[in-house]
Design a protein around this ligand. Structure first.
Ligand code: C5P
Length: 404
């Protein structure tokens, strides 16, 4: 059965250059079995013609609030009742402000106000607009009211700037809609995630580190928040913007990461260790090391294995480890599962365009009595798929909390 079959999705398209991506999203939603009706704001129709959406959805596009023809067919209240979910993609800064204020000055905002169905927004706007205090506040209030925000992603923008504000890719939005229950399957679950590399000081100006970008951990943090979880993110140094999480703890060294994670783990339901923690660290020199000698020898000492320490806690959270391997992925993953007594391991191959510092990844996921493969996809998509597997296994351990 198609994952969204039987679902009525109202797709709201607002004015922004990302409106063209909504056509691809519509195609994907229909491919996943959903019945889709499209509502456009007048500004959206300036970017993409309604005929595109009419052809792709197989239904006329609605845009006027007071349209006698539409009211005699499927009027706005009937459309609000028809929808199982309302997905606004792209959601402009303007529509977020109007939704926050509870305005009903066009068909889309009226429907959002009239509908009892869950509302999901995929914001898209210039990075300065997204980071403006007004938009931040609007996003926070909408979230508090139970509206789910997917994204935005960070990267190059149509206006030539770089930063947070790009609409999440249609495939990532689809993955979120497929995996996230309308109510949020991980609603209220406390998830602790460690992400990024660590930096081990050699002296006051030098350090040892690794190629981890933090992207997988940050994608998981965003996806878990979108699914209603209460997320704490312990992050080594990354170039990524701080995601919207309940708690963000910035650390540098493996020792600092161990202290932060082990401090938070007892009050967490799930721990996901995506961080690439240094396995060895030097004893840092108090002064800058001078280049007097021809060779320099560093003595490195094993760091604490944070993941194994969390898994060894008397009241441990459901513990998920990552394994980056260059060969024999499955064998090492299963060995790690047993050796560290984990509940789940997500293993990925590193090298050849996969793993570190890239947007795509593929995962081999195993747990004590099962395994599955998540094929190559953007990390934002994989994050939702992996969380779904984690939610399955976590709820199998705690059936009373599963909203399914
Ligand atoms: O044993 P290995 O380093 O390959 O395992 C990788 C997993 O262990 C990752 O989930 C990583 O976050 C975690 N790890 C850790 N502390 C270390 C080393 C690795 O938590 N010191």
């Amino acid at each position: 059965m198609s994952p969204l079959s039987g679902q009525n999705i109202l797709l709201g398209v607002t004015g922004g250059i990302a409106a063209y991506k909504a056509a691809e999203l519509l195609r994907l939603l229909r491919g996943a079995g959903a019945e889709v009706r499209v509502v456009m704001t007048p500004a959206a129709a300036e970017f993409v013609g309604p005929l595109t959406f009419q052809a792709l959805s197989g239904h006329p596009v609605s845009s006027e609030l007071l349209d006698p023809a539409a009211e005699s067919a499927m009027g706005h209240i009937a459309l609000a009742r028809w929808a199982d979910r309302i997905v606004v993609a792209p959601a402009s800064a303007d529509v977020m402000a109007r939704l926050r204020a509870g305005l009903a000055d066009d068909l889309l905002t009226t429907l959002c106000l009239a509908a009892t169905a869950p509302v999901i927004l995929a914001p898209a706007m210039n990075q300065a607009m997204w980071q403006h205090p007004a938009t931040r506040e609007n996003a926070a209030v909408l979230r508090q009211r139970g509206i789910c925000l997917l994204g935005p992603a960070t990267g190059e923008q149509a206006c030539g700037e770089t930063g947070p504000g790009r609409m999440l890719e249609p495939a990532a939005i689809l993955a979120a809609l497929i995996t996230a229950e309308p109510s949020g399957r991980l609603a209220g679950v406390r998830i602790l995630i460690s992400a990024g590399p660590t930096r081990e000081a050699i002296d006051p100006v030098r350090y040892l580190t690794n190629r981890s970008s933090g992207r997988m951990g940050y994608a998981l943090a965003a996806a878990a928040t979108a699914q209603g979880a209460r997320v704490s993110l312990v992050s080594g140094p990354t170039a990524l913007p701080r995601p919207d999480v309940e708690r963000h703890v910035a650390v540098e060294s493996a020792a600092e990461m161990a202290e932060a994670v082990l401090g938070l783990a007892p009050a967490s339901d799930i721990y996901i260790g995506t961080a690439a923690v240094a396995d060895y660290a030097p004893a840092p020199s108090a002064d800058k090391i001078k280049k007097d000698a021809d060779t320099l020898t560093l003595t490195l000492t094993r760091t604490r294995d944070i993941l194994a320490a969390v898994a060894g806690l008397p009241e441990r959270p459901f513990t998920v480890g990552f394994a980056a391997e260059t060969r024999d992925l499955e064998t090492y993953a299963r060995a790690k599962l047993a050796a560290k007594r984990l509940d789940m391991v997500a293993a990925n191959a590193v090298g050849a365009g996969l793993g570190f510092e890239v947007d795509d990844n593929a995962l081999h996921v195993c747990w004590p009595d099962g395994e599955t493969r998540l094929p190559t996809a953007p990390k934002t998509v994989l994050a939702h798929q992996l969380l779904d597997l984690i939610a399955d296994r976590y709820h199998a351990h705690h059936p009373a909390q599963d909203p399914r």
